[in-house]
Design a binder for this molecule. Structure first.
Ligand SMILES: Cc1ncc(COP(=O)(O)O)c(C=O)c1O
Length: 434
């Protein structure tokens, strides 16, 4: 029999889309040059990883099920080992965490525990994309996982200028009105108010309030993604999340335990407390509708993974601020080290500029030449340093004169080595642009 061959053009358009190719490309470059210093990866610091603690976490959660929730041994085993509740089994602990660390008050029934924040994005966009006229707004540059998830559900993403304040409100309002005039239906705007990936920019509290007002005036949902909010720079205070300021259920809040507990568990969540009226007259949280979609994507999030996260939360009375004392110090130290290192290597007032974020993992470096994937390859091959071309975070994909540096997975010594190599690359490329 003839083997079956398919062409990519006969598959869903997303599989050949730059947004989906981008993640693969960046991973492949990193794997190709394992000896290069990586200022590319947004992965958490590995020095504090300790797999020997997993049984502790599991056991603490088991005791919680028995002692606090009153489950008998058979129920405990069923909860951990059987197929489980679609919305998850650590929702009550997540609600407590949000109350303790973020002063967000939320009914645990409005939470869906997901396979990473990535699944949460997919569920929300799948639910919102009801009609071909639907359109999503996203602050640019945009996290590529969001753009990719939107592609999977055929939801167009329109960029909103981010600028130095995190979101250009006039641009968002104009974009929404323009879309409506074109007969489109703006569903939501995706924002990352705290230490955004990739820009590193944060919104001040007044801007957050104005964004909420604008969302109310223009009848728009806000999708707030907050994986980095726990990690302010040294001497910087954390700000209230949009969700904490939201009194009208305008904000769908996405959370991830990848940076605050461990990425290998693949656990995240969405808070979706918007009321949805059903065709049968019942009213419930949007979370219930998202759970229906989830039941057809991943059925439920691994209860074993959830138990690990649940145990880690319980170890610190559900405070991730308390659980991440060492990590918070390491990220703040690294961010300071990178910014100081840039200042030592590039003269003030020169053509090379950089952002000084109030926290998070990322700094954007502006250089006097276009940065494309070929420059990245050359940097890895000839200079031994990896970073991320900013073009990957813009839909057009055309090279921009900027690159993203990440401080999360390196030591100060590696930052020094990486910056020396980067400075050589920048000097050589600026002198003889390709
Ligand atoms: C902005 C943003 N959102 C979401 C995620 C994905 O989180 P998770 O690993 O929980 O799927 C990341 C991961 O890097 C991220 O940077």
């Amino acid at each position: 029999m003839e083997p079956v061959d398919l062409t990519v053009t006969a598959l869903h358009g997303s599989v050949d889309d730059p947004a989906l190719n981008s993640m693969n490309f960046l991973n492949e470059v990193a794997q190709h040059y394992p000896d290069a210093v990586s200022l590319a990866a947004g992965r958490p610091y590995e020095e504090f990883f300790d797999s020997a603690r997993l049984p502790e976490h599991l056991d603490r959660f088991r005791r919680h099920l028995a002692d606090d929730l009153g489950l008998d041994p058979a129920q405990v085993d069923r909860t951990l080992l059987q197929y489980g509740r679609t919305k998850g089994i650590v929702h009550h602990l997540i609600a407590r965490n949000l109350a303790v660390d973020e002063r967000i008050t939320v009914d645990p029934e409005a939470i869906v525990v997901t396979v990473g924040c990535q699944e949460a994005m997919f569920l929300v966009l799948r639910a919102l994309r009801a009609d071909p006229s639907d359109v999503l707004f996203a602050v640019a540059p945009t996290y590529v996982g969001l753009t990719g998830a939107a592609r999977l559900v055929d939801l167009p993403v329109r960029p909103v200028a981010g600028g130095p304040d995190g979101v250009d409100l006039a641009d968002l309002r104009a974009g929404v009105r323009r879309a409506r005039a074109e007969g489109l239906r703006p569903r939501a705007c995706y924002v990352m108010p705290d230490f955004a990936n990739p820009s590193g920019v944060s919104m001040d509290t007044a801007r957050r309030r104005r964004l909420l007002d604008l969302a109310a005036e223009e009848d728009l949902l806000l999708i707030e993604d907050n994986p980095y909010g726990l990690f302010p720079a040294a001497g910087t205070d954390r700000r209230p999340t949009l969700k904490a300021l939201d009194t009208a259920r305008r904000v769908v809040y996405l959370g991830s335990f990848a940076k605050s507990v461990l990425p290998g568990a693949r656990v995240g969540y969405v808070v979706a407390d918007q009321r949805v009226g059903g065709s049968d007259g019942t009213v419930g949280p949007l979370a219930d509708q998202l759970a229906k979609i989830k039941s057809m994507v991943t059925v439920n999030t691994s209860p074993i993974s959830q138990a690990v996260i649940g145990g880690a939360l319980l170890a610190h009375d559900c405070s991730l601020v308390a659980a991440n004392v060492r990590e918070r110090a390491a990220y703040a130290r690294n961010l300071g080290h990178l910014v100081d290192g840039l200042a030592r290597r590039f003269p003030a007032g020169g053509p090379v500029r950089w952002t000084v974020p109030a926290g998070g993992f990322f700094v954007v470096l502006t250089v006097p030449f276009p940065v494309d994937d070929a420059v990245l390859h050359r940097s890895a091959r000839e200079y031994g340093v990896l970073w991320t071309p900013m073009a990957h975070f813009y839909d057009a994909g055309t090279p921009v004169n900027a690159l993203r540096l990440s401080v999360s997975a390196v030591t100060p010594a590696q930052i020094d080595r990486g910056l020396d190599r980067l400075a050589a690359l920048v000097a050589d490329t600026a002198a003889a642009p390709v």
